[in-house]
Design a protein around this ligand. Structure first.
Ligand SMILES: [Mn+2]
Length: 287
């Protein structure tokens, strides 16, 4: 994936990719694959959707006990099985990617709302929010994203009018997604963790940035990298406290003193499972 800074005319084309796609569709023409690629790049770079992340850049929460849930991707039955094994008085935190691919995003969000979950926004959740804002990014409908399954869980098709989609998704779901932070400063029993959907990029200069300011700095300067970046957990930065991340599926969760990776491929890999990290214990429940 190219993350080089686009030239000005490329930026303009990116901004208009969605419009160009709709023009092709309205005329019954085949949409050139290049336009989808351009639109996807625009999403990754935040060109098209820079304002969509509406929760705080850095949220804060303090609690005695927490369960941090990895990428769920619409697998409501797995989430129910997982929640049945987590005490109800534990703070429930999500690492993002609640929607897409799996069959029951609607029920996932219902369960999370019932349990009063907090957490961070994933890249898939961001595109879902864009769609709810009327920014109909068609790349969301491609199989690797899985947005069709999300819409189907609300009983609407991708071709439904924006007003029908608007009516089908409860305001509480929209508000919940819109409340999720980009990064969460989570304190559990006196120990601080960062929760960041895609983890931290390693390619930016952090010279002169104190450890505790690194995540707020990256959230401010490179927000899309924290949500969309291919940030290898095995090569993660060590910044003085553990970073809890999802986004990159693994067969088993990873636990070191500076990174905890909890996306175990639920709905995205064959045999994928759903994992929760219990804190302060630093143990896992996987279903
Ligand atoms: Mn994911």
């Amino acid at each position: 994936m190219s993350m080089k800074r686009p030239r000005k005319n490329e930026l303009e084309r990116m901004k208009h990719a969605g419009w160009l796609i709709r023009q092709h569709e309205a005329r019954g023409l085949d949409v050139p694959a290049e336009l989808y690629e351009l639109q996807g790049e625009a999403v990754r770079l935040g060109v098209a959707h820079g304002k969509t992340q509406r929760g705080p850049l850095v949220g804060r929460h303090s609690t005695d006990r927490a369960a941090v849930v990895g990428d769920i991707h619409g697998e409501a039955d797995k989430l129910a099985a997982l929640l049945a094994r987590i005490e109800t008085d534990r703070t429930l935190v999500v690492v993002g990617d609640l929607c897409d691919r799996g069959p029951a995003t609607r029920r996932v969000l219902d369960q999370l709302l019932t349990r009063g979950a907090i957490g961070v926004l994933g890249n898939h959740d961001q595109v879902f929010l864009c769609w709810l804002d009327g920014d109909l990014d068609r790349t969301w409908l491609l199989p690797h994203m899985g947005g069709r399954a999300t819409l189907a869980s609300y009983g609407v098709s991708a071709d439904a009018a924006p007003t029908a989609i608007d009516a089908a998704v409860p305001a509480s779901h929209r508000e919940f997604l819109g409340s999720l932070a980009l990064a969460l400063d989570l304190e559990v029993a006196g120990t601080h963790y960062w929760v960041v959907h895609a983890g931290l990029p390693t390619r930016h200069s952090l010279e002169g940035v104190p450890f505790e300011e690194i995540v707020p700095f990256l959230a401010r300067e490179y927000p899309m990298d924290l949500m969309w970046g291919q940030n290898d957990p095995e090569a993660a930065l060590s910044i003085g406290r553990p970073v809890i991340m999802g986004h990159t599926p693994r067969a088993e969760p990873l636990l070191t003193d500076h990174v905890i990776a909890i996306d175990t491929g639920c709905a995205t890999t064959r045999g994928g499972r759903l994992t929760a990290l219990l804190l302060p214990e630093r143990t896992f429940i996987t279903v």
